[in-house]
Write a protein that binds this ligand. Sequence first.
Ligand code: DX5
Ligand code: ZN
Length: 234
Amino acid sequence: MRSNSGKEKGIKLAPSILDADFSKLGEELKAISPYADYIHLDIMDGHFVPNLTFGPMIVETVKRVTQIPIDCHLMIYHVPEWIEAFIEAGADRLSFHLHSTRNEEHIIRTIRNLGASPGLALSPEVPPFELRRFLEVIDFVIVMCVYPGFGGQPLIREMLPRINAIKREARDMGVSVEVEVDGGIKTHNLTEVLEAGADTVVVGSSIFSSDDHGKAAAHVRSVIDTYHPGTGEI
Ligand code: DX5
Ligand code: ZN
């Protein structure tokens, strides 16, 4: 029997605009939007990670330019202080990192009550078993395949088995959790990441360091849509 394609399975693409040209953000968003399921926005505070990016104002700007749902990835301390502002600015999905804060369950509930979809992100150094107690209350997990902070880093392959391990664990608990994979995904390793079980892939520099960003996003989209399980190498 023929296996379902990536398109039939509903595998999603979330371009990260971290490496976009912010002097023409509107054009950048228009070029990639036809191929995107989410726009992935990396929020960094210069403390939890050694880089500083942008806040709710840019989220609001992105919201004005595109209809695509916004996937806000917080890499910050002081998470509770910022949730409301990011959701008000237009975040449809809001994730934060394990080890960035306490009171995770309360934060997750607050995100949901404010109308966004809650997720938890897992850096390479954080053991996946720490996620277990939150699997029933979150909608998605971000498996980081780079140390958070910068775009353009190489994929840490050793993280890929985490994807199916987390999905298996959730299934055993009778819950379903979507796994988003973030960091180091390029066209040459994309099928490997899909083969490892990703439901959503974040792609940043591979799109935004190309000559034609729209064309690069279209290419990533077509690799996802035409992917068939069993055809990628692990
Ligand atoms: C890393 C960010 C990623 C990054 C992805 O801290 O969370 O979303 O921008 O960019 P690439 O695809 O270049 O690794
Ligand atoms: Zn990210």
